[in-house]
Design a protein around this ligand. Sequence first.
Ligand SMILES: Nc1ncnc2c1ncn2[C@@H]1O[C@H](COP(=O)(O)OP(=O)(O)OP(=O)(O)O)[C@@H](O)[C@H]1O
Ligand SMILES: [Mg+2]
Length: 583
Amino acid sequence: MTEEFKLNEVVPVKEKYGKEELKLITLELASYYGRRFGGNAEKRLKEDVQKTASSGGGKKLFARLKWNEGLTTLYNSILVEQRKSRSLILDLTQAVIVDRYSLNEPFAYATIVKEQSGQLRYMVTEAPLSTEEKRRLEEIRELMIDELDVDVKRLGSDKTIEEYLRKLVGSIVKNYKIKIGEESLKKIIYYLIRDFVYFDKIDPLMRDPRIEDISCNGSTLPLYVWHREYESIPTNVVFETPEELDKFIVKLTYMTGRAISIAQPVVDASLPDQSRIQLTYEKEVTRKGSSFTIRKFRERPLTITELMIFNTISPEMAAWFWYIIEKQASMLVVGGTACGKTTTVNMLSMFIKPTAKIVSIEDTAELQLPHENWLPSVVRTGFGVSGKIAEITLFDLLKNAMRQRPEYIIVGEVRGGEAYTLVQAIATGHGGLATLHADSVEASIHRLESEPMNIPRPLITTIDVIAVQIRVRLGEKSVRRISSVCEIVGLDPATKDILTNDIFKWDPKADSYTYYGRSYVLEKIMRRHGISYEEAARELNNRRLVLEWMMRENIRDYKDVVEVIRSYYLNPTELLNKIKAGT
Ligand SMILES: Nc1ncnc2c1ncn2[C@@H]1O[C@H](COP(=O)(O)OP(=O)(O)OP(=O)(O)O)[C@@H](O)[C@H]1O
Ligand SMILES: [Mg+2]
């Protein structure tokens, strides 16, 4: 696009403009049309304004729309097109397609392209609509809103709502005698359902199982995704105006059952599919305006086999964890944001004896355990003006959990007063597992000791193990590693310092794990249960054999892994014989 033919953004794009702004827009549009169409400019401009205005619907609806609205839409749509072509299409003529797969056959696809600059980009391509089809879509959308006489969310599952809307659109087309081809109607229904029932323009991204998170840092900026293969890449999905983004944020929040507003501008919640979502509203807390991050839910959690295949953990370490978890050891998995703490805790919990009573406590439901005797609980934030109505906190849940006499208590993430209660629970003989945001053992201890957790040192020593997890670059790839496993041995009687013992460490050069040979936790378990050293060594070795066998046989699916662990608990000899026989 040459500068000559560029429409200048004299007023920042938004949905409605004031009188003065409209004057400026009119002048700018007139001059832009003048440059493009010379003598015909005035006529063309008039036509385009009318055309744009009438795209809101048929004749009946056009009467309602005003000239100014047409002007606004025209101005906005030219700018949006310009932005798109500047940031994407120009580059794309030189782009190479790296990968392409379907997201919602036959309407939405993902295409990964490498732009000339070397930048990878995730392109969502959806069934294109002609101008005529776009007009029909808007017309049917309006009629649909008019005709909707039920709160669709009450109809039940998404599939039921989808069916209901399909029928409704069918009857609208018939009753209003809308002339439309079968193929066009299919596309239009795709968009209506995408917007009404699902996730609007991010729906294709939500359907891609290879995407881990989706983040939007503000309007006019491309959404970023974390892709399992291509890692953090920008997409071609953009919220064009602050208004469009705000509207979308309100809609997303509605889907979580919460409310977002200027008074309550930050929301951390779960979507109906259990994806975790964080939202900020307008410019209250984030400078670039509303924003959101979605951590997509994995239907099947990562298993120990997968974590070993990725080399997040070694079979030797896994065997050690398995054994001490069976014996109710307590531990913290610590690390930075999104390094995989919750995933590791979930994976470790699968080692808990199948019959054990487990209570879990989370801010948002993330854990998935196979145990029948598992009681999951999730906090409820207060509602009402003061936010004080019936709020149920981690602390409340934990106090309640203690009464259930669980063998294991799992806390999704400790950050406040509930940490004290958890450690007390551990001190009185419960097993405990939790994640904590901290990047080293020292930092974790420091956090536990200071506000708002305030745990006294002697209590901290009742935690058996701190595992530090990291996300690092290794060559071309970003990987997740349990970089060190450290035992808390006790207090130095003289200095009152916390004594720790490194037991496993990751060596970044060789990308392998070193075992330091002496485990105090294991020794404590042996003492407590009267187990001999040989017996313990044999157990560790047997479990390592089972784990390595699972890796060799590629037994990685959640259900299968759970089954293997269960059968080991039931009859270890039988399983080991089977493995030795190579079947
Ligand atoms: N070892 C791993 N290898 C590859 N991907 C992983 C691994 N662990 C977790 N993931 C993926 O990384 C993402 C973040 O994982 P997870 O929620 O466990 O991290 P977290 O540290 O608990 O994050 P937060 O700080 O937000 O609580 C998820 O999409 C998950 O599937
Ligand atoms: Mg987490």
